[in-house]
Design a protein around this ligand. Structure first.
Ligand code: 6PG
Length: 250
């Protein structure tokens, strides 16, 4: 296993949510002490729901300096923020509406926009201006990027055999996903792998086989995009419940 990759295997989803929330709080405290703010990109999907709910409850609701956090999203579906499928909507309903954030620091990814390519570039510019980088330079370092993994080995909206897997320059792109007959806005691997810390959340029996292929199988990153999660200088922690980790080599 690469030196900057750790697995945290916990009993079940509630334990995964508690561990992930605790780690989020620790990283927030560190970043704010060191740089005066915490720049995080939240994941989508359903796995983060209990994590967000944990963060919105005591002791994290009171303990985390929410006003010092810049919120971004790693990807978004082509839906408005109040749509059931919106990744922003999930975070808004389960976390952001329950904690004292600074609304000026919530950077929603506008998945519903008519010109998603322009929206992707505008989002990259917002990242650059927030993290004091220039879009032409190498990707800036988020303090934390959260990711999930699908049962097909995708992460963010970087699906198997799709064009965005090979993006080496842009930080945010539109990715056509023929299998889902949709397009999505997504971070690219250059931006993901520039993060100081990456948390990947994988839970459930249905992901056990693909998780073994991703973590222990031969390199096949077009088929298993999550194999490309490899921070250049940061660290990646895989938060796994026992069901998902069942097939991994002890
Ligand atoms: C999304 C996520 C996606 C998600 C995986 C796992 O927009 O759906 O970014 O990458 O993390 O599909 O989804 P679940 O957590 O729902 O299993």
């Amino acid at each position: 296993m690469s030196p900057n990759r750790r697995l945290r295997i916990v009993e079940d989803v509630p334990a995964l949510a508690a561990a992930a929330a605790e780690a989020f709080a620790g990283l927030a405290a560190e970043a704010i002490a060191a740089r005066g703010r915490f720049v995080v990109a939240l994941t989508g999907g359903q796995t983060p729901r209990p994590i967000f709910e944990h963060l919105a409850a005591t002791p994290h609701r009171e303990g985390i300096p929410w006003r010092d956090i810049e919120f971004f999203w790693i990807d978004e579906r082509p839906v408005p923020p109040d749509h059931a499928d919106s990744n922003y909507g999930l975070a808004e309903r389960t976390l952001l509406s329950h904690v004292p954030i600074d609304r000026r620091r919530v950077h929603r990814m506008h998945g519903e926009d008519a010109d998603p390519d322009a929206t992707a570039d505008a989002y990259a510019s917002t990242i650059a201006s927030t993290i004091d980088a220039t879009v032409a330079s190498s990707p800036p370092a988020f303090d934390l990027i959260q990711l999930g993994m699908g049962a097909d080995g995708h992460t963010a909206s970087l699906f198997p055999e799709t064009k965005a897997l090979h993006e080496v320059r842009r930080w945010v792109v539109v990715n056509d996903v023929p299998r889902l007959r949709t397009r999505r806005l997504t971070f690219t691997f250059p931006l993901i792998n520039a993060a100081r810390t990456i948390h990947v959340f994988v839970a459930g029996e249905q992901k056990a086989a693909v998780l073994r292929s991703v973590l222990e199988g031969p390199p096949d990153p077009d088929r298993y995009p999550a194999q490309r999660i490899a921070p250049s200088s940061g660290e990646v922690i895989w938060f796994l419940d026992r069901s998902a980790a069942r097939l991994l080599t002890p």
